[in-house]
Design a binder for this molecule. Sequence first.
Ligand code: 5GP
Length: 196
Amino acid sequence: MNFLEERIARDGIVKPGNVLKVDSFLNHQMDIALIEEIGREFHRRFVDKPITKVLTIEASGIGIACFVAKEFGVPMVFAKKSKSVNIEGEMFVAEVESFTHKNKNQVIVSKKFLNAEDHVLIIDDFLANGCALQGLISIVESAGATVEGLGIVIEKGFQIGGKVIRNLGYQLESLAIVDAMDPETGKITFRGQSPK
Ligand code: 5GP
């Protein structure tokens, strides 16, 4: 197990509905030393790419993306969730269905902060069905910028998102891939680990 898998196995809580709670170290209380290590690991995996911006989606991607952006020495931009539709013209817009809240949000990025010269690394905390990543990819494409890769902290490998994004031909790097989790026993099985 790598450093992150060990932490997930220790502190992650499996909830019904295919939800993994990691709010004691990743997306409510944040273990900054761990997030810093996550930032370094994404840098190592994408160091050969000419990244000019790190893009994520509010809220839980922001803290992680900050540490990744710091490693690359580039700005971090986050897509904002917005109810208002009166924003066309100045904003790139995509529609994203929330896995955890089951509602649809428009997400927006100002045209001031992404342009055709940008080489973008997309970062998020979780990958489930891939809606959030597809929304972010479509925003980068609207800007005429290049998606250089996507970095995910925890991919739930038993959901469809990873396959969809890899089939689109992108370099997708997930630091931990959960292949199975059992809400009854709390057992989490990672990719490459033989189930006991
Ligand atoms: P997707 O768009 O890939 O279906 O879902 C990804 C988004 O939903 C992530 O931004 C994340 O915030 C949230 N999410 C998906 N699955 C989980 C989960 O098991 N636990 C938590 N805490 N968030 C999740």
